[in-house]
Write a protein that binds this ligand. Structure first.
Ligand code: SAH
Length: 355
């Protein structure tokens, strides 16, 4: 049972225990599941097929806590929206909604802050505050689907935080998210992004999930990687590639490499060549991300022409590569900036702040 008594973090087994604890029959657990994860209700009052006394007992002992919208920015084209959500304890996180031709994607946060310390990223500026619970990760998806009134078909765990640094909650989240009787998002439509924690990558492959694993590489060798990613001092690129090869062999799922293009650091054609060589024989896809400049950091975005040359070089070697389409660039201050703006007004509570 979740220590905070949040029913959104509970699976069917735990909800059945909740029902039993309150003197109800086991099938009430299934009904609870249907309300909490199938219909994604936010209050006990909405659970109309449960007796009033059961609902009262639930309300006395548990919550369906969720997240509360503090601010929302919509792009001019209307195809991207960024949400700032408050958690029950007052922390704030960001989530992004993106409308594509193939469906609607939600990018969620997995931690409040992050302790990985990448030098180009806004999410690590305040360090790690705490992990998100499975319920808090789910709530970002549930609230956005409710608020937009449109079905969410894809979920990417690429917002604030290092998901594999919050492993158990992440796993529970993925299982609940892909539960048929819950919101029912196919595992094939779920992507988890990691900075390359190889022990957890190995643990993850043993779960035999159908999700896509994205690995943030951002460099073709350890020397360059260590300039921007402190985690590179712990795990070498060779170790990461070994874990990726095993991941593919175990799950049959192609790896995605993320490569944020930083001017003068990792964007030369020789870097592309080195990267192409490394990827030889591995079933992978490389996603080039034009860096979002963070004003507190001094990394700059590569020139568009250099990004294009980098892509062409990778293609010459036969690698699968795309340049990430920039969506809603008018609101696309780097991920983590909306929260930063909020935190700069620290004396205020979420409800008082206008962004
Ligand atoms: N901790 C996870 C998820 C982080 S965010 C990870 O490291 O993969 C998802 C991706 O965005 C990562 O590849 C991350 O390195 C990248 N990223 C972070 N800040 C960025 C920025 N300012 N511009 C471009 N990409 C960025």
């Amino acid at each position: 049972m979740d220590k905070n008594g949040d029913l959104r973090s509970c699976n069917l087994e735990e909800l059945t225990e909740v029902a039993a604890e309150l003197g109800e029959k086991p099938f009430r657990g299934r009904q609870l599941f249907e309300w909490v994860h199938g219909k994604q209700v936010r209050s006990f009052d909405e659970m109309t097929n449960l007796s009033l006394s059961f609902r009262q007992k639930l309300a006395e002992n548990f919550q369906v806590s969720g997240v509360r919208e503090v601010a929302k920015q919509v792009s001019a084209g209307g195809d991207t929206a960024k949400y700032l959500f408050a958690l029950p304890d007052g922390h704030v996180i960001e989530s992004v909604w993106m409308k594509y031709r193939h469906g609607n994607s939600v990018c969620i946060s997995s931690q409040v802050g992050c302790r990985m310390g990448c030098t180009f990223c806004a999410s690590t500026l305040t360090g790690l505050e705490r992990n998100l619970t499975a319920g808090e990760m789910l709530s970002q998806v549930y609230e956005i689907q409710r608020e937009t009134g449109e079905r969410v078909s894809h979920v990417i765990v690429m917002g604030m935080g290092e998901p594999l640094d919050n492993y158990d909650n992440l796993l529970k989240f993925i299982r609940l998210l892909s539960e048929q009787k819950g919101i029912g998002i196919s595992q094939r439509n779920i992507t988890v992004s990691t900075c390359g924690l190889t022990e957890q990558m190995r643990r993850l492959m043993e779960e035999h999930l159908q999700i896509t694993l994205a690995v943030s590489l951002h460099a073709p060798n350890d020397a360059i990687r260590r300039e921007t990613m402190p985690v590179a001092n712990k795990y070498s690129i060779e170790e990461i590639f070994q874990a990726c090869r095993e991941y593919f062999e175990t799950t049959g799922r192609r790896i995605t490499f993320e490569y944020s293009m930083i001017r003068g650091i990792n964007d030369r054609e020789e870097h592309a060549r080195e990267l192409a060589e490394r990827c030889k024989g591995l079933n992978c896809h490389i996603n080039l991300i034009p860096l979002n400049e963070v004003k507190e950091r001094n990394c700059l975005r590569s020139e568009a022409s250099d990004i294009e040359k980098f892509k062409i070089m990778l293609e010459k070697y036969g690698r699968n590569v795309t340049i990430r389409r920039e969506m809603g660039s008018d609101i696309d201050a780097a991920c983590g900036q909306l929260r930063k703006q909020f935190l700069n007004q620290t004396d205020k509570k979420p409800e008082e702040v206008k962004l």
